[in-house]
Design a protein around this ligand. Structure first.
Ligand code: SF4
Length: 379
C-alpha cells in the first residue's frame, strides 16, 4: 500500500512496528468482559485473525489482571492494556502484554497528592523493565482538568495539545522514546485539527488515529473515513482504530473497515465520501468495551438510532455510552446524552442530569426531551 508518511520514530509493539514508514497498523479493542475469559480469548483471536496488529484489553482490577494471565496463554495477538485511574495495575499486567495505554486525564483521580510526573515515571519504569511500548491516550471527554481551565470553554483542542505535549516532553526527558500518542474526539473535524496541529509540533512522534464514539455502522465508518482521509493522505497517522458500536460477534468488522479505508486512500478513492453533515442529527455511541455494564446497551444504541429517524433534519447530537466509568464525562457535550448502568440509564441534557430510567422507559423519555428541543428550535 503506497501512502505518504511523516518521518516518525519506530515504536516496536511485540511483532509489529508502528511509525518509521512501516505499514499502518490496524488495531481494535475487546468489548467482552475481561473476566469472561472464553469470550475475551475468542474475541482477541477473532480480531487477530482479521488482521489486528494490536488488540487492547481493559484491566481495571486484580480480577481482570488474573483473567489476563489465562487469556495471554491462549492468544497470539500483540496485547495492549487499557489503564483507567488505577495506574498501578500496570505492574501486574505489563509482563503479559506488549503495550500500556494511559490517559493523562486519568492520572489525577488516584493518589491525588502525588504529582502526575511521578506516576508517569512509575509507568515508564514498568514499561522499560517489561519490554513494553506506551500510548499516551488523550481524549477530549476526559482531558486533564488543569489544562481545560487554561483555555476558553469553547476551545477543546488546545487543552488536548498542551496535555499531549507536556507528556511527550517528560517522556523524552526521562529518555523513554518508545511511545505513540493519540488525540481522540467524537467530532471528525476536531480529530483532523488536533492531529494536524500535533503533527506540526512533533512530526517525530507516531500517531494513533481514531474518532472516538463514532457509533454504529455505516455512520461510524463514514465519520472515521472523513477524518482518516484528510490526515492519512497528508502523511499523518501510523496506527488506526475504527471505533464502532457492534455486537461482540461482529467486532472484527472494525478491522475490515480500517483496512478498506486504508486501501481506498491508497487507491485515491476518496472523493466519494459523504460529507459529515452538521445540519442533521448526529448520533454518537461508544464502541463498547469490557466495561459495558448491561449488554442491552448495543440494542439501545440501535433503538435510539431508529427511534430518532424522525428528527433527522435537526442539528442535535445524541450520545449513547456504555458505562458509568466514561459515560458521565463523555456525554457532557451532547445535546442529549444517555449512559448505561447495570439496571438503569441516566438521561442528560448537556452536562445536566435529568434522571435515571429503566431500559424499558428510557426511549420514551429520550423522545420527550428530543421533542422539547425540536419545539424550541422551531421558528
Ligand atoms: S464509554 Fe465505557 S463502555 Fe463505552 S467504550 Fe468507553 S469505557 Fe467502554
Amino acid at each position: 500500500m503506497d501512502l505518504p508518511r511523516n518521518p516518525t520514530r519506530a515504536v516496536k509493539v511485540g511483532s509489529v512496528i508502528i511509525g518509521d514508514s512501516n505499514p499502518i497498523v490496524v488495531q481494535s479493542m475487546c468489548a467482552t468482559r475481561t473476566q469472561d475469559i472464553d469470550a475475551t480469548v475468542k474475541q482477541s483471536n477473532d480480531l487477530h485473525q482479521a488482521g489486528a496488529g494490536i488488540v487492547r484489553i481493559a484491566v481495571d482490577n486484580r480480577k481482570d489482571a488474573k483473567a489476563l494471565e489465562i487469556i495471554r496463554d491462549q492468544t497470539e495477538a500483540n496485547l495492549s492494556i487499557d489503564l483507567q485511574e488505577n495506574y498501578r495495575m500496570a505492574a501486574l499486567v505489563a509482563p503479559m502484554v506488549q503495550k500500556i495505554r494511559y490517559n493523562p486525564g486519568h492520572l489525577y483521580h488516584h493518589e491525588r497528592k502525588k504529582p502526575w510526573q511521578d506516576k508517569v515515571r512509575y509507568l515508564v519504569d514498568i514499561a522499560d523493565k517489561n519490554d513494553c511500548a506506551i500510548r499516551v491516550g488523550v481524549n477530549a471527554g476526559s482531558v486533564d482538568p488543569e489544562k481545560k481551565d487554561m483555555f476558553p470553554a469553547d476551545d477543546s483542542i488546545s487543552p488536548m495539545l498542551v496535555s499531549a505535549e507536556e507528556h511527550c516532553e517528560l517522556l523524552d526527558k526521562i529518555g523513554f522514546t518508545r511511545y505513540v500518542v493519540s488525540l481522540k474526539d467524537s467530532d471528525p473535524d476536531k480529530v483532523v485539527e488536533v492531529n494536524r496541529r500535533f503533527a506540526e509540533l512533533r512530526p517525530d512522534i507516531p500517531l494513533h488515529l481514531g474518532v472516538t464514539e463514532a457509533g454504529l455502522p455505516p455512520d461510524g465508518i463514514i465519520k472515521t473515513r472523513i477524518a482518516f482521509e484528510q490526515l492519512i493522505s497528508q502523511g499523518i497517522g501510523d496506527t488506526i482504530r475504527v471505533s464502532l458500536t457492534l455486537p461482540n460477534a461482529r467486532k472484527a468488522e472494525e478491522i475490515s473497515a480500517g483496512n478498506e479505508i486504508l486501501a481506498d486512500i491508497a487507491a485515491g478513492r476518496v472523493r466519494s465520501v459523504v460529507a459529515f453533515d452538521r445540519s442533521h442529527l448526529n448520533i454518537i455511541s461508544c464502541p463498547s468495551c469490557s466495561r459495558v455494564e448491561n449488554e442491552a446497551f448495543i440494542d439501545l444504541a440501535e433503538d435510539v438510532k431508529k427511534m430518532t429517524e424522525y428528527a433527522h433534519d435537526y442539528p442535535f447530537t445524541i450520545a449513547v455510552m456504555g458505562c458509568r466509568v466514561n459515560g458521565p464525562g463523555e456525554t457532557d457535550d451532547a445535546d442529549l446524552g444517555l449512559w448505561c448502568g447495570p439496571r438503569a440509564v441516566t438521561l442528560k441534557k448537556g452536562p445536566e442530569t435529568l434522571g435515571r430510567y429503566s431500559y424499558d422507559e428510557i426511549l420514551g423519555r429520550l423522545k420527550a426531551e428530543l421533542d422539547r428541543l425540536i419545539e424550541h428550535k422551531l421558528p
